[in-house]
Design a protein around this ligand. Sequence first.
Ligand SMILES: [Zn+2]
Ligand SMILES: [Zn+2]
Length: 296
Amino acid sequence: MLRIHHRLTIMLLLVFSPAVFASVLHFKNFGEDLQTKALAPHSTFHYELTRALAKAAGFTAEEAERIAVIDEATDAGAFTGEKGLSVTLQGTKRVSADGLYWHFARRDRDNVTNEFTYPGARNTCAYFSGSADMCGNNQPELDEIENWAVYGRATPSTGTPQISYDGGNAYQEVAGKSMEALAIYLHALADSYSHEACMKAEQFRGHKPRPLECTAVDWHLDEEYGRNENKQAGVSYTEEAALATWQVLKWFRQQNGLSANARWSDAQAESFIKKWISLEQALMRRELAVKVFETL
Ligand SMILES: [Zn+2]
Ligand SMILES: [Zn+2]
């Protein structure tokens, strides 16, 4: 009921105020699930959940904050976290020529070095075989992104993203094999799951009004958290995405000689992830992840 009301409001805004409508649409259109007094519209997965998992994996609070702020900024191009860290990125925005590369990347069964298997163990390039949008050289985009972010071996084929910490005055290249690059890779990794059902159903990368799997608002806000009377089509993708995030955070530490141990076992991470996803309200997901981040 609330959501229907919200849609009516949006429609009225369309009629009376194109400028306001544009900003509301921008928020609702992509499925950011939370806006608070202190935080701009953002994804509780990319920001709050990723930050909690990063700290649980052994990163310091400051490092976890930075990873999560950059992860969130990958979508709209800029984000300020609740500790005041402000990041602007160039070259990753979803509404840009490079949007498909960073937000609709295909994923292989295993990571690029074949040293671990991604949750679900699926090669999502396979959905596109014979279509007009096949993976180039049969290499999923995520392999290239991981190669750059974790091993510093490749340059993203859309060019290396640029990062600014002063509101966009001075930019520097995001170095490969860095925490900044890891954050962008984590974003692409999670998106490779949250957009996978549409790729599978339609051999399509992007959002469109139908089918359900391809919508932004209904899929990202409802299906991914099981907020649907009939089925829980999206929940398994969200769970796999969170487990993949956990796996990669730990893998990055291992590959980079970061010696502090994880604060959680895999079993603890898994049980937190399940509980977090079962919360249907974004604000409750935020509160649980914040509590974990602050008390770990
Ligand atoms: Zn994205
Ligand atoms: Zn999306």
